[in-house]
Ligand binder design. Structure first.
Ligand code: AHR
Length: 521
């Protein structure tokens, strides 16, 4: 009131002063993105969008595979039709199998030949259940064919032998006359599959053998020596078992001690989890959500720091960083086997997927392969099944929306993000990546992890002339929202009308907790 009663020029001066004070504040809060299409150089490998499927819980059995004789659940040679149909839409480039921890207990010869003769074993890592080996090498490679995905096989280093590993490669890849190609033919497969991607053990620092980095590097050298460098029509990738999250020493030793002629990839595993307090997959608080986001965003730092170590030994970036396990990890669904790692999947998981895939895209010069853990019914699954029913999750939708980035040219982006604040803590709210596909169409994926506030984003397009914008959005009322077998389409993508193009400036309003993919022509 006093302010209004002042003489007009003094009121004006006071108002101006307040405005000047406010401007920098508003600008600091505004999200600004510059996309430099003129600096584009690197391609986003589609293999960043790979999946991981382990003999764990109901991922393989009940998830993908219901057995050929199953008359209740439609299938092709035992693979569920509904699951295969849904997954084909994700254009899955590669699937990592059979583990995980299971891989270093797995003897592949148990899973070939007539079903009745295959031995039943105990899955000692996951629930102590009986594994009847009805899903083995032929079934996995058939699944990959049905999905149009490349296989990525992890061999047994922890409890296997060099010979066993080398024979597996010969069994799947050798065209000529040899004991293993003869065995393959005996089992009904004339032509080799030519498997390109091979993991040399898994988590050798833990379930894969509790080795030191130095010891594993030596073991790796021996195994890799007997794995041929070609898979029959091109070079084979030998991928070393990598570090857990921030174990930079592990990466350093591998890069230092393994000759470059013996290695094509170094792995890295990072889960967005607080191991001391995993929290419910659906009934979580905002503080728990915030913590998951903090851990998901750590991927940026991890990729940069492991990448810097790799640069020191491999400045030409010949060796790929392969993030072959990533995702959220929560308490199992109440009443389910704790060893089966079955969890629901909410908008929180969509946020993990959106920001993580943006990070991988933006670091595609080094990150050339990655695998979400895991595809069906385990951890951050894209598909859940219950008997004859199947649903897709929010993570599925993000994966589907991001298919536009597969093998597209990365358009480098600089982001000045506003913050998502909870109490004393804050995180960057907005994450972005952009690419141009082979038809010349530009796509920008934007994520707002802020659970309560929309974010206005101004995007400046440099070196790129676009005249129209359209988009799709994945958002929902609450970050806990998810699909269920009774409400399977609660979370699904919709058309997005919140982007405006004005010359080379794009203005976007991102609702709270949303993933948006824009298409620019
Ligand atoms: O994805 C579940 C398990 O997590 C994998 O088997 C193991 O590699 C990791 O510790």
């Amino acid at each position: 009131m006093r302010f209004l009663n002042r003489p007009p020029e003094r009121s004006l001066r006071a108002a101006l002063r307040i405005l000047l004070l406010l401007v920098p504040l508003t600008a600091a809060c505004q999200n600004r993105v510059v996309i430099s299409a003129d600096l584009a150089r690197d391609t986003i490998s589609r293999h960043i969008y790979g999946h991981f499927s382990e003999h764990l819980g109901r991922c393989i059995y009940g998830g993908y595979f219901v057995g050929e004789g199953n008359t209740k659940i439609p299938n092709t040679r035992g693979m569920r039709t509904d699951v295969v149909t849904a997954l084909r839409k994700l254009k899955i480039p590669n699937i990592r199998w059979p583990g995980g921890c299971f891989a270093d207990t797995y003897h592949w010869k148990d899973g070939i030949g007539p079903g009745a003769k295959r031995p039943a074993i105990v899955n000692s890592w996951w629930g102590g259940v009986t594994e009847d080996n009805s899903f083995g090498t032929h079934e996995f490679l058939d699944l990959c064919d049905q999905l149009g995905a490349e296989p990525y096989i992890t061999g047994n280093v922890g409890s296997g032998t060099v010979q066993e590993f080398a024979q597996w490669v010969q069994y799947t890849n050798f065209d000529g006359v040899s004991p293993m190609s003869a065995l393959r033919r005996e089992n009904g497969r004339e032509k080799p599959w030519k498997v390109r991607f091979w993991g040399v053990g898994n988590e050798a620092w833990g379930c894969g053998g509790n080795m030191t980095a130095e010891h594993y590097a030596d073991v790796y050298r021996t195994f890799a020596t007997f794995i041929p460098a070609s898979h029959g029509s091109g070079s084979l990738w030998r991928i070393a078992s990598g570090a857990g999250s921030s174990d930079f020493h592990w990466t350093e030793v591998l890069m230092r001690d393994i000759p470059q002629g013996l290695i094509e990839g170094v792995a890295l595993h990072h889960y967005s989890v607080d191991w001391t307090h995993k929290s419910s997959a659906t009934g979580f608080t905002e503080a728990e959500y915030f913590e998951t986001m903090r851990r998901a965003l750590q991927m940026e730092d991890l990729v940069q720091r492991h990448g810097t170590i790799m640069d020191m030994y491999d400045p030409k970036k010949k060796v790929a960083l392969v993030v072959d396990e990533w995702g959220g990890w929560y308490d199992v669904e109440p009443g389910t086997n704790p060893g089966f790692l079955y969890q629901q999947n909410t908008m929180r998981d969509a946020m993990i997927a959106g920001v993580t895939l943006n990070i991988f895209n933006n670091h595609c010069d080094r990150v050339r392969m990655a695998n979400l853990a895991q595809t069906v019914n385990v951890l951050q699954a894209v598909v859940l099944t219950e008997g004859e029913r199947m649903i897709v999750t929010p993570t599925y939708h993000v994966m589907e929306m991001y298919t536009v980035h597969h093998d597209a040219l990365l358009l480098p982006s600089s982001v000045r993000s506003g913050v998502y604040t909870l109490g004393e803590k804050s995180l960057p709210a907005v994450s972005v990546s952009a690419s141009r596909d082979r038809e010349g169409v530009t796509h920008i994926s934007l994520v707002n992890i802020d659970a309560g506030r929309a974010q206005d984003v101004v995007v400046e397009m440099r070196g790129e002339g676009c005249s129209s914008v359209s988009g799709r959005i994945l958002a929902s009322g609450k970050v806990q929202d998810h699909n269920t077998f009774d409400d399977p389409a609660r979370v699904k993508p919709a058309e997005f009308a919140g982007a405006r193009l004005d010359g080379s400036t794009l203005r976007v309003q991102l609702p709270p907790c949303s993933v948006v993919v824009l298409t620019l022509h």
